[in-house]
Design a protein around this ligand. Structure first.
Ligand code: PBG
Length: 328
């Protein structure tokens, strides 16, 4: 039988070269999707106070940032819009001249190697801050679907490669798939925020996008954080409706959900390392309490080890640099 002292697991930990040979999980910059907040203007690069190192960009600055990221090997960005005006239905979401659509056009033209993903949701665009239209004090599921579909089609028309619905309405993947196909966009993929929890970890994002709900909260449509089985039902439903990639969000407190999704489904799985997760690391690092590089790479490794194929993360640029420098 193979027991100690015949077996000594420390034998394979004795040198960097040996550890590298038996390493099971590897990070690389092409597994990262960076997040861009975009608004109209020129030369705009406003740092978000609760997300140090993350900016609101005008389209030209988004292009410059994308070029830098591409040179570091980060080949995908997801765009969120900061509109000039908001209304009850979030109509700026499907305005072909909105900041997101304009940025998509510029990125596809000026940084053709960069994959452009667009977040499909209404919360950044509605005056009340909810992810759908309000009827009788509630977010109306079915009335929201055609609006999401219009937003996705407008993004596809601008040149988006992948649309990513984050609203958590039932049936939105099917509605978006149908609308894309009817408009000649059958090659545009859907990355669905399938298992998205009603989470306190989105706080800094809502500051960045000024998208906190003006009344109530999102618990009537985003998932209860306590439910893993329900997360599997969400993923299954989205795959049946035609999602090409499913996502678990947030990532770090939900590694078990990623793990179980990996075991059950063969579709690609994304994980969203969200704003609050990033902000906690940055705050502790700024105080000198943690080693930022090592913590970030350990967090990202854990998300891949749990089973994610790729990660949406605000650490993308830093992590890509550190990987390049060989700090792993
Ligand atoms: C909705 C959306 C949110 C995030 C991504 N898309 C906010 C929300 O649901 O309240 C959060 C991402 C993050 O916290 O980094 N458009």
């Amino acid at each position: 039988m193979t027991f100690f002292p015949t077996v000594r697991l420390r034998r394979l930990r004795r040198s960097p070269a040996l550890r590298a040979l038996v390493r099971e999980t590897r990070l690389s910059p092409d597994r990262f999707v960076t997040g861009f907040f975009v608004k109209h203007g020129r030369g705009v690069r406003e740092e978000i106070s609760s997300l140090p190192g993350v900016f609101r960009f005008s389209p030209d600055e988004a292009v410059a940032e994308a070029q830098e990221l591409e040179s570091l090997g980060v080949l995908a960005a997801i765009l969120f819009g900061i509109p000039d005006r908001k209304d009850d239905t979030g109509s700026e979401a499907w305005n072909d001249e909105a900041a997101v659509q304009e940025t998509v056009r510029r990125l596809k033209k000026e940084v053709p190697g960069m994959l452009v993903v667009t977040d499909v949701c209404l919360d950044e665009y509605t005056s009340h801050g909810h992810c759908g239209v309000i009827r009788d004090g509630e977010v109306d599921n079915d009335a929201t679907l055609p609006l999401l579909a219009k937003a996705a089609v407008s993004q596809a028309r601008a040149g988006s490669d992948v649309v990513a619905p984050s609203d958590m309405m039932d049936g939105r993947v099917a509605a978006i798939r149908r609308a894309l196909d009817e408009n000649g966009f059958d090659q545009i993929a859907i990355l669905s925020y399938s298992a998205k929890s009603a989470s306190a970890f989105y706080g800094p994002f809502r500051e960045a996008a000024d998208s906190a709900p003006k009344f109530g909260d999102r618990r009537g449509y985003q998932m209860d954080a306590a439910n893993r089985r329900e997360a599997m039902r969400e993923i299954e439903m989205d795959l049946r409706e035609g999602a090409d990639v499913v996502m678990v969000k947030p990532a770090l407190s939900y590694l078990d959900v990623i793990r179980e999704a990996r075991a059950r489904f063969d579709a690609p799985i994304a994980a969203y390392n969200v704003s609050g997760e990033y902000a906690m690391v940055k705050a502790a690092a700024a105080k000198g309490w943690i080693d930022e590089k090592r913590i970030v790479l350990e967090i990202l490794t854990s998300i891949v080890r749990a089973g994610a194929d790729f990660i949406l993360t605000y650490h993308a640029k830093d992590a890509a640099r550190w990987l390049k420098d060989g700090i792993a």
